[in-house]
Design a protein around this ligand. Structure first.
Ligand SMILES: Cc1cc2nc3c(=O)[nH]c(=O)nc-3n(C[C@H](O)[C@H](O)[C@H](O)COP(=O)(O)OP(=O)(O)OC[C@H]3O[C@@H](n4cnc5c(N)ncnc54)[C@H](O)[C@@H]3O)c2cc1C
Length: 427
């Protein structure tokens, strides 16, 4: 996208074609305006279309341009923080509601994929949270205990079973979460858009929103070349917010994350590496992740931005790390590489804001946006149509906050990941 192979990498090469869309050049009306064509905005558009509401989606770049088209594709249940910590932060009622919602989110994604016949390499065969060392094992053991007490279908694997599932003896154990799985994320975003458009939604790309002005009938949302007037507005710009709300743009701390992808592995390599095709990530402080795509390419990622000195440092680390994990891959070449920004919040929980009367937003999924974005997109659609009240949402309404030391934290992530990868931290 945008002539840069390092934005969406493999996903752009292997995704089905994007549905045709146009730039907004007129002044039009709609029931609901949605700003941002990622999982959140597109799920909202699809659910509004199912409810016979005319939604117009305005996207600054292309469908899936933000985090949705760049991610690893792990369809996880739950948030980054442990389920009990979530209750400690939100209180029992909201906490339990959010746990249930996020626990069900992968099923919602896979059901939508099935219902609309979405071609997005969806595999609902679990993910592995792999333990690094004894502290990592304690971490996944506690997570397994908490999830099991909540009735979730998770299993704690010992080192031997983990070795069988992954193909390396590096990990001391793993949490196998059978609710979860993998998708091709850009293909999923495009498929959501295709289903929403078929249901009656309109998507305008290359149409950056520059302002919102009160107007008879609601809000006039202006792009550089046109406008949409509607009574209700959903802002789904998340970490890639740009040019519309300065407050949203500086609320989340951006954590860089990159992926590299090998050529298709041979059948004999595929028999020994992730033979059941679960995706995984590990407990390391500078975490890494791994999965196969439908063709059998290995996708390996970690914290870091592929720019400046980071490009070579992270590439070299990925090569070294992969050949330690799987000596049979010591001469493997990477055919694709890409990176993006994950939006983090200080308490690791998403944010729900009412920016103005009838303008609402949800953002800050802390790297768990496939399930969360799809599920909260549906909730935003329900909120603007009155099918749900704010009190029924699983997130509290909050003011947009100015995150302390945001720039320093972002530099720490970017430079810290380079240092960690240079000194060869554990993976
Ligand atoms: C490298 C990486 C790896 C990740 N891995 C995973 C993973 O494995 N599993 C997981 O669940 N999550 C993962 N995530 C997180 C996940 O991708 C995001 O949480 C999710 O994509 C957020 O979706 P969204 O629709 O809310 O926002 P986005 O997909 O970021 O969409 C926002 C859109 O708003 C548009 N926009 C911004 N400003 C304007 C404007 N003024 N006018 C019009 N449009 C505008 C942007 O162009 C963008 O397309 C990862 C993220 C990254 C970057």
């Amino acid at each position: 996208m945008q002539n840069d192979p390092r934005t969406h990498g493999l996903w752009e090469v292997s995704a089905p074609p994007v549905p045709p869309t146009e730039v907004l050049t007129d002044n039009i009306t709609a029931d609901v305006v949605i700003i941002g064509a990622g999982f959140t905005g597109l799920s909202a558009a699809l659910h509004l279309a199912e409810d016979k509401q005319h939604a117009v989606v305005l996207e600054a770049g292309e469908i899936g341009f933000g985090g949705s088209g760049r991610n690893v594709g792990l369809v996880n249940a739950g948030m980054w923080i442990k389920p009990f910590d979530l209750c400690n932060t939100l209180g029992d009622t909201l906490g339990r509601r959010l746990i249930d919602q996020l626990s069900d989110a992968p099923a919602m994604v896979f059901e939508l994929v099935e219902k609309y016949g979405m071609a997005c390499e969806a595999l609902n065969n679990g993910t592995l949270h792999c333990a690094v060392g004894q502290s990592g094992l304690r971490e996944v053991t506690e997570r397994a205990r908490q999830w099991r007490s909540l009735g979730a279908s998770v299993e704690l694997l010992d080192a031997k079973s983990t070795r069988e599932k992954v193909g390396t003896g590096t990990y001391s154990g793993a949490l196998l979460d059978r609710r979860a799985g993998t998708i091709q994320p850009l293909a999923y975003a495009r498929a959501l858009a295709r289903a929403a458009i078929a249901g009656g939604a309109t998507v305008h790309t290359s149409s950056p929103v520059v302002s919102a002005e009160p107007a008879p009938g609601g809000w006039k949302i202006k792009t550089s070349r046109g406008s949409v007037t509607a009574s209700r507005v959903i802002v789904a710009t998340n970490t890639y917010s740009n040019g519309f709300s300065q407050a949203l743009q500086t609320e989340l701390v951006r954590l860089p994350y990159f992926n590299v992808a090998t050529r298709r592995l041979s059948d004999s390599l595929l028999a020994s590496i992730l033979p059941e095709r679960q995706g995984l990530w590990n407990t390391s402080a500078v975490l890494s992740s791994m999965r196969l795509d439908a063709e059998g390419r290995l996708i390996f990622g970690s914290v870091g931005a592929l720019r400046g000195t980071g490009k070579q440092i992270h590439r070299n680390w990925a090569r070294r790390a992969l050949s330690k994990l799987f000596p049979q891959l010591s001469d493997v070449e990477f055919e694709h590489e890409w990176y993006g920004w994950i939006g983090m919040t200080p308490d690791s929980l998403p944010r729900f804001h009412r920016l103005e009367q009838n303008i609402i937003s949800i953002s800050g999924y802390n790297g768990r946006g496939i399930g969360a974005g799809t599920s909260f997109g549906r909730d935003l659609a329900r909120l603007v149509t009155g099918r749900m009240t704010e009190a029924e949402l699983s997130l509290p309404l909050s003011e947009v906050a100015n995150t302390q030391f945001r720039v320093a934290k972002e530099s720490f992530y970017e430079i810290g990941s380079q240092v960690a990868h240079m000194v060869g931290h554990r993976f």
